[in-house]
Design a protein around this ligand. Sequence first.
Ligand SMILES: [Zn+2]
Length: 452
Amino acid sequence: MNHATISELISSLCSNVQRLNDIDIDHLSPDDTVSVLEAVISLERQTQAVSARLQHRAHSVQVRANGHRCSATDAAVEHSGACVRSSATDRRLAAWADEFPVLSEAYRQGQISRQHLAVLRRVDNPTTRDALVEHQAELVNEAIARNWKSFTRHVGYFAHRHDPDGETAKRKAAQRRLTLTEHADGTVSGRFHLDAVNGQAVRNALEFAQQRLLQEDQDQQTNTDLDLSDDDAPILHRTDRGTGTGTGTGTGTGDAAADGPASGSASNGASTAQTAGTVNGGRTRSQRLADAFVELLRSGHQHGAVAPQPLVHIVMSQSVAEDTIRRLANPDSAAPQLDADNIDGRCEFQDGTPLHPTVAVAELTIATLQRVVFSTPNVVLELGRKSRSFPRELAQVVRTRHRAQCAHPNCDSPVAWLQTDHVQPWNRGGPTDVANGQPLCGAHNRAKADAA
Ligand SMILES: [Zn+2]
């Protein structure tokens, strides 16, 4: 294409895209809103793919900008004010995708997004490479057919299936680290990186403790609101904290969660009222997390930590467990048949994040086992109409069945926020059993109660 044709193409494209702004968003029917949004998402993906490919290629094209020789990509990024870091990410992703022709093509067609590619790239390593190359087309189809959560889970299982001895999990466990930096004013910041099981344990311990502190804050707030003159209103439990120097301003960025497919759902459950930054009783969520962190370490140091309930729930099918143990004893025996969509192929955390079976089996030595028979959930696990609330064991089964996902679409509340709700309300004859139970986060449970 010559220069004139390119200019013409670009200006007609821009004016067509501009026409999207002519859509009167405020007066679209709900159905039209969905179809316009879907079309725009697809457009966005296609332009992103072109942009990433261009940035990758143009990086080796030299031009002059501001009197300096630089790459065409750098010149364009500089002129447009684009984020340098995200441009570099785009380039790396496009370079990676070059080695997977089917994935690249689907990316270009807008069938899969850069986020899909990024998830696949994260499981690419010497152990899984051949399988990724071989199953590109199948992975594209899964990306198209599944919603986000289900796709990331599918990819996790895919990676574990093609790494039967858990080489990746071993490498990841070896990468664990924690660094603390003490600053001149005595404050301390830290970073840590943990394997999946210990990462979940830390996340859940912090989240449960945070919830407890939130409850304390809210109780205190209520008491203050009720009677402002009451000098005996409970004072927040603050044993010898914050005295003298060395008050840790823990800016610990837990990047443990950012490594797995369920990246950081604890920190970005943004759709609910419990968002980070919400102030309750004077403390932000992230301050409560910091307080919880210190409190847990202090009490652990003093008494030896005794967890009131399991911090990590692993769901592993009996056949996966048996096959894994057999293979550990004899490397020639068959690898377990991992399958995210089959109860008998499951090996994951309660929230559906895939876990490698060799890691899960290693946890068996210190685990408490609860047997759940899924083929007959209503026969064994029901309390009928006798009990209104779900007892802990039943609630655990409901969570496991729903992969600890709030039933509200797109809600990614962490496990610690979930309550067990009657699908058909108890006061309208709904029984307390597994079939009629669903997890709902506090906010969505209240919203449902308010709407009823
Ligand atoms: Zn929710």
